[in-house]
Design a protein around this ligand. Sequence first.
Ligand code: ZN
Length: 115
Amino acid sequence: MASLSEETKKNLTSQLVKLGDMLGDGLQHEPGGKWISREYNKICRALGLTPARPRANNSQLINEHMAKRITEVVCRECSGHLKQTRSGSMRAKCEACGAVFRLLTVSRRKKGRTS
Ligand SMILES: [Zn+2]
């Protein structure tokens, strides 16, 4: 791996953050937006990073799991209805008492704990 100057690294990193935000917004799916994911992967490689899975896809997966979990689980404190705290979050908040519960555990080290 060729070493980059600190300044180049800084520039690339800030570009990466910007592109990551755009990917998070799904702009790469817009007409003419393909350059975003292309550029993102290019910068990742330049920095010696593995391109991350697009965040949007990951959130979508979590949201799908969460949508199912909140129909199965109720608040442990008051049996109230739970609602996902925000998109992409694995936690849900009780609408009645405000208690927060983690409903999903996604870990790459421990398998088989997500259901
Ligand atoms: Zn509750």
